[in-house]
Write a protein that binds this ligand. Structure first.
Ligand SMILES: NC(=O)c1ccc[n+]([C@@H]2O[C@H](COP(=O)([O-])OP(=O)(O)OC[C@H]3O[C@@H](n4cnc5c(N)ncnc54)[C@H](O)[C@@H]3O)[C@@H](O)[C@H]2O)c1
Length: 343
Protein backbone atom coordinates (compact mmCIF):
# COMPACT_ATOMS: atom_id res chain seq x y z
CA UNK A 1 0.00 0.00 0.00
CA UNK A 2 1.60 3.32 -0.92
CA UNK A 3 1.49 6.48 1.14
CA UNK A 4 -0.59 8.32 -1.41
CA UNK A 5 -3.27 5.72 -0.91
CA UNK A 6 -2.87 5.77 2.83
CA UNK A 7 -3.70 9.43 3.10
CA UNK A 8 -6.54 9.19 0.63
CA UNK A 9 -9.32 9.66 3.16
CA UNK A 10 -11.17 12.92 2.73
CA UNK A 11 -13.41 14.54 5.27
CA UNK A 12 -16.78 16.07 4.59
CA UNK A 13 -19.25 17.71 6.92
CA UNK A 14 -22.67 17.03 5.41
CA UNK A 15 -25.70 19.03 6.45
CA UNK A 16 -28.33 16.70 5.05
CA UNK A 17 -28.36 12.94 5.05
CA UNK A 18 -28.03 11.29 1.68
CA UNK A 19 -28.74 7.59 1.44
CA UNK A 20 -25.94 5.88 -0.52
CA UNK A 21 -26.80 5.02 -4.12
CA UNK A 22 -24.87 1.77 -4.58
CA UNK A 23 -22.89 -0.91 -2.76
CA UNK A 24 -23.81 -2.33 0.64
CA UNK A 25 -24.30 -1.04 4.17
CA UNK A 26 -22.80 -2.19 7.45
CA UNK A 27 -24.65 -0.46 10.25
CA UNK A 28 -24.84 -0.33 14.02
CA UNK A 29 -28.13 -2.20 14.74
CA UNK A 30 -29.20 0.58 17.12
CA UNK A 31 -29.17 3.14 14.30
CA UNK A 32 -31.47 1.06 12.12
CA UNK A 33 -34.06 1.33 14.89
CA UNK A 34 -33.34 4.95 15.79
CA UNK A 35 -33.37 6.27 12.21
CA UNK A 36 -36.00 4.39 10.19
CA UNK A 37 -36.43 7.54 8.11
CA UNK A 38 -32.82 7.09 6.88
CA UNK A 39 -32.60 3.33 6.58
CA UNK A 40 -35.99 2.43 5.10
CA UNK A 41 -37.64 3.06 1.78
CA UNK A 42 -37.89 1.46 -1.62
CA UNK A 43 -34.25 1.73 -2.72
CA UNK A 44 -32.68 -0.14 0.18
CA UNK A 45 -29.18 -1.46 -0.31
CA UNK A 46 -28.19 -4.82 1.20
CA UNK A 47 -27.70 -4.01 4.89
CA UNK A 48 -26.08 -5.93 7.71
CA UNK A 49 -26.92 -4.92 11.29
CA UNK A 50 -23.92 -5.12 13.62
CA UNK A 51 -23.68 -5.12 17.41
CA UNK A 52 -21.63 -2.21 18.78
CA UNK A 53 -19.32 -2.46 21.79
CA UNK A 54 -15.92 -3.86 22.70
CA UNK A 55 -17.19 -7.37 23.42
CA UNK A 56 -18.60 -7.61 19.90
CA UNK A 57 -15.61 -6.03 18.17
CA UNK A 58 -14.42 -9.54 17.52
CA UNK A 59 -13.59 -12.18 14.98
CA UNK A 60 -17.07 -13.65 15.25
CA UNK A 61 -18.77 -10.50 13.92
CA UNK A 62 -15.97 -10.12 11.39
CA UNK A 63 -16.84 -13.56 9.98
CA UNK A 64 -20.49 -12.48 9.73
CA UNK A 65 -19.39 -9.51 7.62
CA UNK A 66 -17.35 -11.73 5.28
CA UNK A 67 -20.35 -14.04 4.84
CA UNK A 68 -22.67 -11.10 4.16
CA UNK A 69 -20.31 -9.55 1.59
CA UNK A 70 -19.86 -12.92 -0.09
CA UNK A 71 -23.60 -13.62 -0.12
CA UNK A 72 -24.22 -10.29 -1.86
CA UNK A 73 -21.42 -10.90 -4.37
CA UNK A 74 -19.53 -7.79 -3.33
CA UNK A 75 -16.43 -7.15 -5.43
CA UNK A 76 -13.42 -4.93 -4.89
CA UNK A 77 -15.01 -2.11 -6.89
CA UNK A 78 -18.13 -2.05 -4.76
CA UNK A 79 -18.41 0.54 -2.01
CA UNK A 80 -19.17 -0.50 1.55
CA UNK A 81 -20.86 2.24 3.59
CA UNK A 82 -20.29 1.94 7.32
CA UNK A 83 -22.56 3.71 9.84
CA UNK A 84 -21.68 3.63 13.52
CA UNK A 85 -19.29 4.67 16.24
CA UNK A 86 -15.69 3.62 16.75
CA UNK A 87 -16.28 -0.03 17.58
CA UNK A 88 -18.31 -0.48 14.39
CA UNK A 89 -15.88 1.44 12.14
CA UNK A 90 -12.83 -0.40 13.57
CA UNK A 91 -14.51 -3.78 13.08
CA UNK A 92 -16.18 -3.11 9.72
CA UNK A 93 -13.15 -1.41 8.19
CA UNK A 94 -10.99 -4.34 9.29
CA UNK A 95 -13.36 -6.77 7.59
CA UNK A 96 -13.60 -4.59 4.46
CA UNK A 97 -9.79 -4.24 4.31
CA UNK A 98 -9.30 -7.99 4.31
CA UNK A 99 -12.25 -9.10 2.17
CA UNK A 100 -10.84 -9.86 -1.31
CA UNK A 101 -7.83 -7.73 -0.21
CA UNK A 102 -10.01 -4.69 0.23
CA UNK A 103 -13.18 -3.09 -1.12
CA UNK A 104 -14.01 0.59 -1.39
CA UNK A 105 -14.92 2.12 1.96
CA UNK A 106 -16.90 5.15 3.10
CA UNK A 107 -17.32 5.80 6.82
CA UNK A 108 -20.23 7.71 8.35
CA UNK A 109 -19.26 8.13 12.03
CA UNK A 110 -22.30 8.49 14.29
CA UNK A 111 -20.65 9.10 17.68
CA UNK A 112 -18.62 12.16 18.63
CA UNK A 113 -15.61 9.90 19.22
CA UNK A 114 -16.02 8.42 15.76
CA UNK A 115 -16.32 11.88 14.17
CA UNK A 116 -13.21 13.43 15.73
CA UNK A 117 -11.08 10.32 15.97
CA UNK A 118 -11.91 6.69 15.21
CA UNK A 119 -13.07 7.11 11.60
CA UNK A 120 -9.98 9.11 10.69
CA UNK A 121 -6.53 7.86 9.79
CA UNK A 122 -7.16 4.31 8.65
CA UNK A 123 -6.49 2.25 11.76
CA UNK A 124 -8.82 -0.74 11.85
CA UNK A 125 -8.97 -3.43 14.47
CA UNK A 126 -10.70 -6.12 16.44
CA UNK A 127 -10.07 -7.41 19.94
CA UNK A 128 -8.65 -10.91 20.22
CA UNK A 129 -7.23 -13.27 22.87
CA UNK A 130 -8.17 -10.73 25.53
CA UNK A 131 -6.09 -7.95 23.98
CA UNK A 132 -7.40 -4.70 22.58
CA UNK A 133 -7.13 -4.16 18.80
CA UNK A 134 -4.92 -7.24 18.56
CA UNK A 135 -5.76 -7.86 14.92
CA UNK A 136 -5.85 -4.91 12.58
CA UNK A 137 -4.71 -3.12 9.48
CA UNK A 138 -4.12 0.35 8.13
CA UNK A 139 -6.93 0.99 5.68
CA UNK A 140 -8.17 4.58 5.33
CA UNK A 141 -11.65 5.19 4.05
CA UNK A 142 -11.95 6.91 0.69
CA UNK A 143 -14.27 9.35 2.38
CA UNK A 144 -15.52 10.15 5.85
CA UNK A 145 -18.88 11.82 5.86
CA UNK A 146 -19.89 13.48 9.11
CA UNK A 147 -23.61 14.04 9.70
CA UNK A 148 -23.69 15.72 13.09
CA UNK A 149 -27.46 15.23 13.17
CA UNK A 150 -26.74 11.66 14.37
CA UNK A 151 -25.49 13.13 17.64
CA UNK A 152 -28.97 14.16 18.70
CA UNK A 153 -29.68 10.59 19.82
CA UNK A 154 -26.28 9.93 21.41
CA UNK A 155 -26.49 9.45 25.21
CA UNK A 156 -24.47 11.95 27.25
CA UNK A 157 -22.14 9.23 28.57
CA UNK A 158 -21.21 8.38 24.96
CA UNK A 159 -20.79 12.04 24.04
CA UNK A 160 -18.32 12.23 26.93
CA UNK A 161 -16.13 9.57 25.27
CA UNK A 162 -15.60 11.87 22.28
CA UNK A 163 -14.94 14.80 24.54
CA UNK A 164 -12.13 12.73 26.11
CA UNK A 165 -10.27 12.55 22.80
CA UNK A 166 -10.91 16.26 22.21
CA UNK A 167 -9.41 16.97 25.63
CA UNK A 168 -6.34 14.99 24.57
CA UNK A 169 -6.01 16.95 21.28
CA UNK A 170 -6.31 20.21 23.20
CA UNK A 171 -3.26 19.18 25.27
CA UNK A 172 -1.33 18.53 22.06
CA UNK A 173 -2.38 21.62 20.11
CA UNK A 174 -2.91 25.11 21.46
CA UNK A 175 -4.93 26.05 18.38
CA UNK A 176 -7.93 23.92 19.31
CA UNK A 177 -10.71 25.43 21.40
CA UNK A 178 -12.23 22.88 23.73
CA UNK A 179 -16.04 23.05 23.97
CA UNK A 180 -17.68 23.40 27.36
CA UNK A 181 -18.65 19.86 28.23
CA UNK A 182 -21.18 21.07 30.78
CA UNK A 183 -23.29 22.31 27.84
CA UNK A 184 -23.09 19.64 25.11
CA UNK A 185 -25.80 21.47 23.18
CA UNK A 186 -23.16 24.15 22.55
CA UNK A 187 -21.04 21.71 20.54
CA UNK A 188 -20.94 23.34 17.14
CA UNK A 189 -20.43 21.51 13.86
CA UNK A 190 -17.43 23.64 12.95
CA UNK A 191 -15.83 22.80 16.28
CA UNK A 192 -16.19 19.09 15.58
CA UNK A 193 -14.72 19.63 12.14
CA UNK A 194 -11.70 21.50 13.53
CA UNK A 195 -10.82 18.57 15.80
CA UNK A 196 -11.38 16.06 12.99
CA UNK A 197 -9.17 18.11 10.67
CA UNK A 198 -6.45 18.22 13.30
CA UNK A 199 -6.31 14.42 13.33
CA UNK A 200 -6.40 14.31 9.51
CA UNK A 201 -3.39 16.63 9.35
CA UNK A 202 -1.34 14.54 11.78
CA UNK A 203 -2.23 11.33 9.95
CA UNK A 204 -1.34 12.90 6.61
CA UNK A 205 2.22 13.65 7.74
CA UNK A 206 2.69 10.35 9.58
CA UNK A 207 0.20 7.77 8.29
CA UNK A 208 1.93 4.74 9.81
CA UNK A 209 2.25 5.91 13.42
CA UNK A 210 6.02 6.35 13.33
CA UNK A 211 6.55 9.89 14.63
CA UNK A 212 4.00 12.71 15.05
CA UNK A 213 1.01 10.40 15.08
CA UNK A 214 2.43 8.45 18.02
CA UNK A 215 1.67 11.48 20.18
CA UNK A 216 -2.05 10.94 19.57
CA UNK A 217 -1.59 7.80 21.64
CA UNK A 218 -1.10 9.92 24.77
CA UNK A 219 -2.91 8.07 27.56
CA UNK A 220 -3.48 5.00 25.40
CA UNK A 221 -0.86 2.56 26.76
CA UNK A 222 -2.33 2.86 30.24
CA UNK A 223 -5.84 3.46 28.90
CA UNK A 224 -6.04 0.38 26.67
CA UNK A 225 -4.64 -1.70 29.54
CA UNK A 226 -7.36 -0.35 31.85
CA UNK A 227 -10.08 -1.08 29.32
CA UNK A 228 -8.96 -4.67 28.87
CA UNK A 229 -8.18 -5.27 32.57
CA UNK A 230 -11.65 -3.97 33.50
CA UNK A 231 -13.14 -6.37 30.96
CA UNK A 232 -14.29 -3.30 29.01
CA UNK A 233 -16.45 -2.02 31.86
CA UNK A 234 -14.44 1.21 31.58
CA UNK A 235 -15.34 2.96 28.32
CA UNK A 236 -12.67 3.98 25.85
CA UNK A 237 -12.68 7.76 26.39
CA UNK A 238 -12.90 7.45 30.18
CA UNK A 239 -9.97 5.01 30.07
CA UNK A 240 -7.90 7.41 27.96
CA UNK A 241 -8.43 10.28 30.39
CA UNK A 242 -7.46 8.00 33.28
CA UNK A 243 -4.48 6.87 31.18
CA UNK A 244 -3.40 10.49 30.64
CA UNK A 245 -3.63 11.09 34.41
CA UNK A 246 -1.51 8.00 35.09
CA UNK A 247 1.00 9.09 32.43
CA UNK A 248 1.32 12.52 34.10
CA UNK A 249 1.82 10.96 37.55
CA UNK A 250 4.42 8.60 36.08
CA UNK A 251 6.26 11.52 34.44
CA UNK A 252 6.33 13.41 37.72
CA UNK A 253 7.55 10.36 39.67
CA UNK A 254 10.30 9.79 37.11
CA UNK A 255 11.37 13.44 37.23
CA UNK A 256 10.36 14.19 33.64
CA UNK A 257 8.21 17.13 34.76
CA UNK A 258 8.27 19.49 37.73
CA UNK A 259 5.45 19.73 40.27
CA UNK A 260 4.16 22.94 38.67
CA UNK A 261 3.79 21.28 35.24
CA UNK A 262 2.26 18.20 36.86
CA UNK A 263 -0.36 20.37 38.55
CA UNK A 264 -1.08 22.21 35.30
CA UNK A 265 -1.76 18.92 33.47
CA UNK A 266 -3.89 17.65 36.33
CA UNK A 267 -5.92 20.86 36.38
CA UNK A 268 -6.62 20.58 32.66
CA UNK A 269 -7.59 16.92 32.95
CA UNK A 270 -9.79 17.59 35.97
CA UNK A 271 -12.25 19.28 33.60
CA UNK A 272 -13.34 15.77 32.67
CA UNK A 273 -16.05 14.05 34.74
CA UNK A 274 -14.58 10.58 35.31
CA UNK A 275 -17.22 8.13 36.59
CA UNK A 276 -16.70 7.06 40.22
CA UNK A 277 -16.71 3.34 39.35
CA UNK A 278 -13.82 3.84 36.91
CA UNK A 279 -11.82 5.74 39.52
CA UNK A 280 -12.48 2.99 42.04
CA UNK A 281 -11.23 0.39 39.57
CA UNK A 282 -7.95 2.29 39.15
CA UNK A 283 -7.50 2.61 42.91
CA UNK A 284 -8.09 -1.09 43.41
CA UNK A 285 -6.00 -2.36 40.48
CA UNK A 286 -2.29 -2.82 41.06
CA UNK A 287 -0.01 -1.79 38.21
CA UNK A 288 1.22 -5.35 37.71
CA UNK A 289 -2.30 -6.36 36.66
CA UNK A 290 -2.06 -3.90 33.78
CA UNK A 291 1.43 -4.89 32.70
CA UNK A 292 0.50 -7.92 30.57
CA UNK A 293 -1.72 -5.68 28.47
CA UNK A 294 0.87 -2.94 28.23
CA UNK A 295 3.51 -5.42 27.13
CA UNK A 296 1.32 -6.36 24.17
CA UNK A 297 1.00 -2.72 23.09
CA UNK A 298 1.59 -2.39 19.35
CA UNK A 299 3.63 0.78 19.87
CA UNK A 300 6.35 -1.05 21.80
CA UNK A 301 9.73 -1.40 20.18
CA UNK A 302 12.47 -3.29 21.99
CA UNK A 303 11.28 -1.74 25.23
CA UNK A 304 8.05 -0.27 26.54
CA UNK A 305 7.17 2.82 24.51
CA UNK A 306 5.12 5.40 26.37
CA UNK A 307 3.85 8.84 25.42
CA UNK A 308 4.65 11.05 28.38
CA UNK A 309 4.66 14.72 29.36
CA UNK A 310 8.19 16.04 29.63
CA UNK A 311 9.89 19.41 30.04
CA UNK A 312 9.73 19.75 26.23
CA UNK A 313 6.04 18.90 26.01
CA UNK A 314 4.39 15.55 25.34
CA UNK A 315 6.84 13.13 23.75
CA UNK A 316 7.63 9.50 23.02
CA UNK A 317 9.72 7.84 25.74
CA UNK A 318 11.29 4.43 25.31
CA UNK A 319 11.76 2.58 28.61
CA UNK A 320 14.49 -0.01 28.75
CA UNK A 321 12.57 -3.17 29.23
CA UNK A 322 12.29 -6.35 27.24
CA UNK A 323 8.69 -7.54 27.19
CA UNK A 324 9.65 -10.96 25.86
CA UNK A 325 12.21 -11.52 28.62
CA UNK A 326 9.59 -10.66 31.23
CA UNK A 327 7.61 -13.70 30.11
CA UNK A 328 4.31 -12.20 31.21
CA UNK A 329 1.08 -12.71 29.39
CA UNK A 330 -2.62 -12.69 30.15
CA UNK A 331 -2.64 -16.25 31.43
CA UNK A 332 0.39 -15.95 33.70
CA UNK A 333 -1.11 -12.86 35.28
CA UNK A 334 -4.26 -14.82 36.06
CA UNK A 335 -6.57 -12.95 33.70
CA UNK A 336 -9.60 -14.51 32.16
CA UNK A 337 -8.75 -14.44 28.46
CA UNK A 338 -12.32 -15.30 27.51
CA UNK A 339 -13.31 -11.77 28.50
CA UNK A 340 -13.61 -10.85 24.84
CA UNK A 341 -16.22 -13.15 23.41
CA UNK A 342 -14.80 -15.37 20.75
CA UNK A 343 -17.63 -17.66 19.85
N1 LIG B 1 -9.26 3.49 14.69
C1 LIG B 1 -8.93 4.51 15.44
O1 LIG B 1 -8.06 5.32 15.08
C2 LIG B 1 -9.61 4.72 16.76
C3 LIG B 1 -9.41 5.90 17.47
C4 LIG B 1 -10.09 6.09 18.66
C5 LIG B 1 -10.92 5.10 19.15
N2 LIG B 1 -11.09 3.96 18.43
C6 LIG B 1 -11.98 2.91 18.92
O2 LIG B 1 -13.30 3.42 18.99
C7 LIG B 1 -14.04 2.61 19.89
C8 LIG B 1 -14.98 3.48 20.72
O3 LIG B 1 -15.88 4.11 19.85
P1 LIG B 1 -17.27 4.73 20.35
O4 LIG B 1 -17.06 5.44 21.62
O5 LIG B 1 -17.84 5.45 19.20
O6 LIG B 1 -18.09 3.42 20.74
P2 LIG B 1 -19.27 2.58 20.03
O7 LIG B 1 -19.08 2.43 18.59
O8 LIG B 1 -19.36 1.30 20.82
O9 LIG B 1 -20.56 3.47 20.29
C9 LIG B 1 -20.96 3.72 21.62
C10 LIG B 1 -22.46 3.43 21.83
O10 LIG B 1 -23.21 4.43 21.14
C11 LIG B 1 -24.19 3.78 20.30
N3 LIG B 1 -24.42 4.69 19.18
C12 LIG B 1 -23.65 4.90 18.10
N4 LIG B 1 -24.12 5.94 17.38
C13 LIG B 1 -25.23 6.38 18.02
C14 LIG B 1 -26.15 7.43 17.78
N5 LIG B 1 -26.00 8.29 16.78
N6 LIG B 1 -27.20 7.58 18.63
C15 LIG B 1 -27.34 6.74 19.70
N7 LIG B 1 -26.49 5.73 19.99
C16 LIG B 1 -25.43 5.58 19.16
C17 LIG B 1 -23.61 2.44 19.99
O11 LIG B 1 -24.61 1.51 19.64
C18 LIG B 1 -22.92 2.10 21.30
O12 LIG B 1 -23.85 1.57 22.21
C19 LIG B 1 -13.03 1.85 20.72
O13 LIG B 1 -13.05 0.50 20.36
C20 LIG B 1 -11.71 2.47 20.34
O14 LIG B 1 -10.66 1.54 20.41
C21 LIG B 1 -10.46 3.76 17.26
Amino acid sequence: MNTEYLIADSLKLAATFQYPSSGAILCDAKLLKLYPEYFAGDKLLPTLALKAGEKDKNLNQCLKIYEFLSEHKIGRQDTIHVFGGGTISDLAAYAVSTFKRGCRLILYPTTLLGMVDAAIGGKTGINHLGYKNYLGSFYPAERIIIHTSFLKSLPKAELRQGYAEMLKYSLLSEDLVLPDFGSPEMLEDEMILSFAEYKMQICAIDPYDQRERLLLNFGHSFGHALEAASQYKIKHGDAIVLGMNIACDFSFQEGLIEEEEWNAYRDWLSEYPIPAAALRFVDETPMENMMPFMLQDKKNGQGLRLILPSKDGIKVVELEFDPRAAGLDCQTAGFDTSRVEQG
